[in-house]
Design a protein around this ligand. Structure first.
Ligand code: HEM
Length: 353
């Protein structure tokens, strides 16, 4: 099987898996939804005659208080109300500022500074940077992340946008589909992300030269470059953000996905706040990663699509790594011939990921 066949088979399999997951999601609502009966049993403390007497006398408790405003005597779930305020007054607006602000900053940066072009001409000789395995993992993680980010943003802000635009019926159907997709893809993303992180861990241990990289802002403005091994300082920050905040987002997502394991309502509320802060923050940073990986840096995307980068790119962006692999550089024509050959066109070199 040649390389393009392997690719298309892999993608077809990934697509099939994705379709299956979404299909199961749409077909079996009950699994991801909390069983309302059991949730009630764990979320609400027993309400007995004493509780009602307490409420009637105007006393307050940890899970309720009476609102005597306008003498309407409504029962209010105090902790639920605190969660609602925290979510609507703080998390949602600041999340929007983080994501929208990052988008604005990227556009400004691109308009003022522009993309980082290669200083020297390409040599036409290529070094292997990302194996087929890592590329497949990366693009699966990226696809799932984008789907989760879009559905997540819809869960957070969709009500304000789509309900007035399309009406209750459309909005309700859209939200229940969105929630199902989000609920099922979350755990899948968690599994694939952990595999990717484990695979890349050895490249991402902090080194002394990373400090210089940060001091010089990765030389993103102007000409010149800073010392970097396989991963530069910025990539290491992205890696460790995913390995810390990413794991917290996944764990808090699991808590919300499985309320049926005796989880209290307060736990779910905290999981929701933590999940939203982490996920919105990561979405903002992901926009920066996507910019740098595409129009922000000439030649970067080639590595993640074909596996190979030009020697000039390797020398300018990852000079310390280039010193280790320069003996393995292959002329572009030989690479094309290898790709046409039945097998072995994408064998990992010892120093590639
Ligand atoms: C359309 C979206 C994306 C594009 C175009 C993109 C592009 C890239 C490129 C070009 C690289 C290689 C950089 C290099 O060779 O030095 C890379 C690396 C990486 N990307 Fe993405 N990416 C995208 C989305 C994502 C997402 C959503 C995640 C995670 C949630 C992610 C995680 C990573 C990681 C962990 C690395 C490796 C950095 C390291 O060395 O540790 N990417 N990406």
């Amino acid at each position: 099987m040649n390389l393009s066949n392997t690719w298309s088979t892999l993608w077809r399999m990934a697509l099939l898996a994705l379709t299956l997951v979404v299909g199961i999601g749409l077909g079996q609502q009950a699994l991801a939804q909390a069983d309302p009966g059991s949730e009630m049993a764990t979320a609400v403390p027993t309400v007995d005659a004493d509780t009602w007497r307490q409420i009637r006398s105007g006393e307050t408790g940890p899970n309720y208080r009476t609102s005597r405003f306008d003498s309407d005597y409504n029962l209010i779930n105090a902790s639920g109300e605190s969660w609602r305020q925290l979510r609507n007054r703080w998390v949602s607006p600041f999340g929007l500022i983080a994501v929208g602000g990052m988008l604005g900053l990227i556009v400004l940066f691109y308009l003022i500074v522009g993309s980082k072009k290669l200083d020297e001409p390409r040599t036409g000789r290529k070094v292997l940077r990302w194996t087929l395995f890592v590329r497949s993992l990366h693009w699966t993680v990226a696809t799932l992340f984008i789907l989760l980010a879009l559905t997540g943003l819809n869960l957070a802000y969709g009500k304000a946008v789509f309900r007035p635009l399309f009406g209750d019926g459309f909005w309700a159907a859209m939200m229940s589909g969105t929630k199902l997709i989000h609920n099922y893809l979350g755990p899948l993303f968690g599994i694939v992300l952990v595999i990717l992180l484990l695979r890349l861990l050895h490249h991402n241990w902090p080194k002394k030269h990373d400090l210089v990289w940060f001091k010089k802002g990765g030389a993103m403005v102007g000409k010149g470059h800073v010392d970097a091994g396989f991963a530069n300082g910025g990539e290491k920050v992205w890696f460790w953000l995913l390995a810390t905040a990413g794991i917290v987002v996944i764990a808090s997502g699991f808590v919300m996905d499985f309320p049926n394991f005796g989880l209290a309502r307060d736990t779910m509320q905290w999981a929701n706040i933590i999940h939203a802060i982490g996920a919105l923050g990561l979405t903002a940073v992901a926009l920066g990663h996507i910019y740098i990986g595409t129009i922000g840096t000439e030649g970067s995307i080639e590595g993640m699509t074909t596996g190979y980068v030009d020697e000039t790119w390797a020398k300018e962006h990852h000079n310390l790594w280039y010193e280790e692999v320069k003996d393995q550089a292959i002329p572009e024509a030989d690479l094309a011939a290898q790709r046409e050959a039945p097998r072995g066109g994408d064998e990992p070199a010892p120093h590639s990921s």
